[in-house]
Design a protein around this ligand. Structure first.
Ligand code: C2E
Ligand code: CA
Ligand code: CA
Ligand code: CA
Length: 277
């Protein structure tokens, strides 16, 4: 490397240092987060657009760091993937979600709980085996558990991902494709796997009131999902106008702030008790 003058070296080093340090800091805090019980699952309902019934809830991970405050999953999940921490965190998420599904069932609120599984977990871990083990351990029927994976999961270790998904589907666990339309085109996998649901990414829903183009695109996605016998669910439903349009398009389910924000267990339980199940 070129020998740098004192000042430029200093400048360069402090810039870099700051980035490295914050990433390093985040990593070491993330490593301790499980032990310190800083993770919590929030739950957001999915609603049938025809009947208004709740069809399930999605578990969304929250990190309340004692040092950093609340950190968004969009910031720490990619880091956890890079640092090889996603398997441990993913196992915790699955176990906590299954425990919650059991608790709701015992309270008379039988409901499907879905978790997000990242591409790395399929790539490296035995996702199907872990799910089977947990369902057995907690004696939970597979219809109360589901997983969501993004299209990009098929980009790497396509065969491994595909066989894990087939195994889960065979078991009776439903599988949804998340963020549909934003990633690597997985139409072939969608076509050849007997998946359960297709979730239209919220970026397509955001402007359906004002953009005719987006409206037609969403309409086409709904038609395509139905042509493949898949249930279709719209993410990010925020307004009654969006709901109305989606209902008219024949979209099966919706999820979003219009119905409920993701909430901790206690408040969501109260919310569920006031809804038709
Ligand atoms: P996602 O799976 O696509 O989850 C939907 C995101 O949209 C969530 O963000 C949710 O809070 C947000 N959302 C829901 N309704 C609305 C709405 O009406 N408007 C808007 N603007 N946003 C809405 P969140 O909770 O911040 O999660 C971000 C992403 O982090 C998730 O996207 C998912 O990819 C990832 N993630 C969250 N929890 C986990 C987890 O346990 N494991 C893994 N691997 N990834 C997770
Ligand atoms: Ca999701
Ligand atoms: Ca999504
Ligand atoms: Ca997303």
């Amino acid at each position: 490397a070129k020998k740098l003058g004192r000042n430029s070296y200093h400048f360069f080093s402090s810039e870099l240092d700051q980035q490295t340090r914050s990433r390093f800091q985040l990593t070491s805090l993330l490593q301790g987060a499980l032990e310190k019980q800083e993770f919590q699952l929030f739950y957001q309902p999915k609603v049938c657009l025809k009947t208004g019934q709740v069809t399930g809830v999605e578990a969304l991970l929250r990190w309340f760091s004692s040092e950093l405050g609340e950190v968004s999953p969009s910031d720490f999940i990619p880091l956890a993937e890079d640092m090889g921490l996603i398997d441990t965190i993913g196992d915790w998420v699955m176990e906590a979600a299954i425990q919650q599904a059991v608790a709701w069932k015992q309270a008379g609120l039988s409901i499907n709980v879905g978790v997000n599984v990242s591409a790395r977990q399929f790539q490296r871990g035995n996702v199907a085996g872990r799910v089977i083990g947990l369902l057995n351990r907690y004696a939970l029927e597979p219809q109360y558990f589901s997983i969501e994976l993004t299209e990009t999961s098929f980009m790497h270790s396509a065969e491994k991902t595909r066989s894990a998904i087939s195994e889960l589907l065979r078991l009776g666990v439903s599988v949804a494709i998340d963020d549909f339309g934003t990633g690597y085109s997985s139409l072939n996998y969608v076509r050849t796997l007997a998946l359960s649901q297709l979730k239209i990414d919220l970026s397509f829903i955001r402007n359906i009131e004002t953009s005719e183009k987006d409206r037609r695109l969403v309409e086409a996605m709904v038609a395509m999902a139905h042509a493949m016998d898949l249930e279709v669910i719209a993410e990010g439903v925020e307004t009654p106008q969006q709901l109305d349009l989606l209902q008219r398009m024949g979209c099966d389910q919706g999820q979003g702030y219009y119905f409920s924000r993701p909430q901790p267990e206690e408040t969501l339980t109260r919310w569920l008790q006031n809804r038709p199940l």
